[in-house]
Design a protein. Structure first.
Ligand code: GDP
Length: 700
């Protein structure tokens, strides 16, 4: 009986593995699980031109084969276990040519396991677009490995790959990584006990025995003793291995990759001398960040004020043109201010994403990652955490998803945990309005806006708190493995303005419609809650107020204000906010702020909308939210409500509190458990409460 040859398909995530698998197998696919675990296993049949039927096994995408994650264990088991039913006769390793350095690491490891391999160079078109030319022949020659160039998306090159698959007796590849004398001696001891033929397999068993699947306690004890007796350090050995592999890969790249197809590489190198400089690099980075915040404040304030006034005018016009009634009130006091509260964000979101897009497009963002890597590691993060953290300034949701690029589980978890502490754009209007209330509109040193400086202070506060939290977490979350920095620095380029434009439009649109839905819905609910109440107090407010005045004379206007205040206090929202008052009084807040805290629990951007609704009920419609808040009087002190102490306490609260259902949902999805989002919710809310308490008590 002829057995069907098994071919394993391996590669980094996003290297085009799925595309190639589909090209090879078409519809002949079966999906199941690897035995005993929940990792999805796809197999498929492929008929070669000579009529032979082979089986293709799609293994999970991994960056390396250290068996530390479940996916890597599957790959490792399949490749090393000769009795494993999926043990392949041949491995196809798909390499993303546009990220060749990182992708080749996996290839070198699998090569060293002694399985015959075919290297598929994919994404060559992407590499070319980036100005890199990768030579398949040079790769083939350097590693003495059959190499096929392919486009997994279009299927170009597929016939050649199928021809190569017809060859049955491919030689085992030459070994790439050489172990030290000490490692060899230990590996020999391992080979003897475990009946392993391949020396790299023995080496992996030595340095990774703790993560090894299916190892008995006795076996583990044997290896542990071996390591201890010889004072051997598996960690050092592993980092040496990785460095060694990258050294070889660098040599291969020297031979096979030309980077400066279109652009001037010298130009990039010269710029990098400054941008990645030990001192200037950081100075420039902070300078850039500073300019961005100044620009956002300087450029967004005017359009935001226009939007604010335009919506106030619209409310007023609706009130005066439509017949008075519940529907008109709902429109002018609920819906229009609600929509205004969404639209007002757009200038800032657009500007912020414009800057982030420009930093990415020019290639500068990669330098930031490179620069920050060392520093971030001290806090249990890594250079790649910078991208989620910086994106977190726009919105935590895409930022948390961006943390997927971090391979190390612990660093990824910590990044996900601390990212929502970065001040996202939903906090921006809260800061803006409160800063405008209490920070004078003055210039410091002649040019810097004092309000801009205050705003930057809030962002720094969020950043510092996320770093501090990360530093604490790194002691609480145990490290399973070390991670290493690998990244190719792309050439500097002029940004393609079309891409920047698309990013701005896309992100603004997503925000307006995604966040907008929630904000509008909550605005309407809130209007209802603020306009109706239990019993007849709201309905018959005028009589109640008249009665309470005992016939005292008062102008019509003052009477109206008193009635409105009475209505709001006795509405559902007022009752709820009041119930909260004892708990938030120590932070300096009254029940109106209490209502805003309640409504913005699910989404913090609702704060300004709530304020708009609360203060628009019964006050002079012509004024903007800002001026209404400014004229608010604290009944206890008789002075203005929004003192610096209250405003700062509120800003700190919003800086730290986890008021975003969508973020919690994303964290649940990304970590696959409720544990992390719940911990985040508790931690951040607690932190917000305590910090605001301290701020208010110190300042008031
Ligand atoms: P996987 O994560 O490794 O399974 O990668 P996929 O097969 O899902 O591919 C990721 C993306 O890259 C998809 O959008 C593919 O269409 C695209 N892709 C795959 N191969 C190529 C290629 O050779 N050139 C280009 N331009 N895109 C490719």
């Amino acid at each position: 009986m002829k057995t069907v040859r098994k071919i394993a398909l391996l590669g980094n995530p996003n290297s085009g593995k799925t595309s190639l698998f589909n090209q090879l197998t078409g519809l002949n696919q079966k999906v199941g699980n690897f035995p005993g675990i929940t990792v999805e296993k796809k197999t498929g049949a492929c008929i070669l031109d000579n009529g032979e039927k082979i089986e293709i096994i799609d293994l999970p995408g991994t960056y390396s084969i250290y068996p530390k994650s479940l996916d890597e264990k599957v790959v490792f088991d399949t490749l090393t276990g000769t009795t494993n039913p999926d043990h392949p006769d041949l491995a196809i390793i798909i390499v993303d040519a546009s990220n060749i350095k990182r992708n080749l690491l996996l290839f070198t490891q699998i090569s060293d396991l002694g399985i015959p391999v075919i290297l598929v160079l994919n994404m060559l078109d992407v590499a070319t677009n980036r100005g890199q030319r990768v030579s398949p022949t040079a790769i083939a020659k350097f590693f003495s490995v059959p190499t096929i160039s392919l486009n997994a998306r279009t299927g170009q090159g597929l016939e050649l790959l199928k021809k190569a698959l017809e060859i049955h007796e491919l030689d085992a590849p030459k070994s790439i990584f050489s172990t030290t004398k000490e490692e060899q001696d230990l590996a020999v001891a391992i080979t003897k006990r475990f009946d392993i033929k391949n020396s790299y397999f023995a080496h992996l068993l030595l340095i990774q025995y703790q993560n090894f699947p299916g190892l008995s306690e006795e076996d583990k004890f044997f290896i542990k003793a071996l390591i201890e007796d010889n004072k051997f350090s598996p960690e050092l050995s592993q980092s040496r291995e990785i460095l060694e592999r990258y050294k070889v890969i660098d040599e291969a790249i020297q031979e096979a990759v030309v980077y400066n197809l279109y652009e001037n590489r010298n130009f990039t190198e010269r710029l990098d001398k400054i941008f990645t400089h030990k001192i200037f690099g950081y100075a420039i980075f902070f300078g850039v960040m500073f300019l961005i915040f100044q620009a956002i404040f300087a450029w967004a304030t005017a359009p935001m004020d226009w939007i604010d006034s335009a919506f106030s005018a619209l409310s007023l016009s609706i009130k005066s043109h439509l017949p008075s009634g519940v529907l008109t009130d709902l429109l002018s006091e609920g819906v229009v201010p609600g929509i205004g509260g969404v639209v007002i964000f757009i200038p800032q979101i657009a500007l912020l994403f414009a800057f982030i897009a420009i930093l990415e497009e020019t290639g500068y963002m990669s330098r930031v990652v490179f620069l920050m890597d060392k520093i971030m590691r001290k806090f249990g993060l890594n250079g790649k955490s910078v991208v989620p953290l910086i994106s977190g300034v726009a919105c935590a949701i895409p930022a948390i998803m961006a943390a997927r690029t971090i391979d190390n589980l612990r660093e990824r978890l910590i990044t996900i945990f601390v990212t929502p502490l970065m001040s996202c754009s939903a906090r921006l209007p809260v800061y803006t309005i409160l800063i405008a209330l209490v920070v004078p509109d003055e210039k410091v040193l002649g040019i810097l806006s004092l309000q801009g400086v205050a705003l930057m202070g809030m962002y720094i506060l969020g950043f510092v708190m996320s770093i501090v939290t990360a530093a604490i977490l790194q002691f609480l979350i145990k490290a399973k493995s070390k991670s290493y920095f690998v990244m190719e620095l792309p050439l500097y380029k002029f940004p393609r303005w079309k891409n920047v434009g698309i990013t701005i439009i896309e992100k603004s649109k997503t925000f307006t419609f995604e966040a907008g839905k929630i904000i509008l819905a909550i605005s309407i609910i809130l209007w209802v809650a603020a306009s109706f109440g239990p019993g007849d107090k709201v309905k018959n407010a005028e009589e109640y107020v008249k009665k309470s005045m005992n016939g005292a004379e008062i102008s019509d206007e003052d009477f109206e204000v008193k009635v409105s205040a009475f209505k709001l206090e006795n509405s559902f929202a007022g009752i709820f906010g009041k119930a909260l008052e004892p708990a938030i009084k120590p932070l300096g807040y009254d029940w109106k702020i209490g209502i805003a805290l309640v409504t913005s629990f699910a989404a913090r951007e609702v704060f300004v909308g709530t304020m708009a609704t609360i203060y628009s009920i019964g006050s002079d419609e012509e004024s903007t939210i800002k001026s209404r808040m400014r004229s608010e009087i604290n009944p206890d002190t008789g002075k203005e409500m929004y003192t610096p102490a209250v405003a700062l306490s509120l800003m700190v609260f919003y800086a730290f509190a986890m008021q975003c259902m969508s973020t919690l949902a994303v964290v649940k999805k990304e970590t696959n458990s409720w544990k992390w989002p719940m911990l985040q919710l508790l931690y951040m809310t607690g932190l917000a409460y305590v910090s605001s308490f301290i701020v208010y008590q110190l300042l008031s």
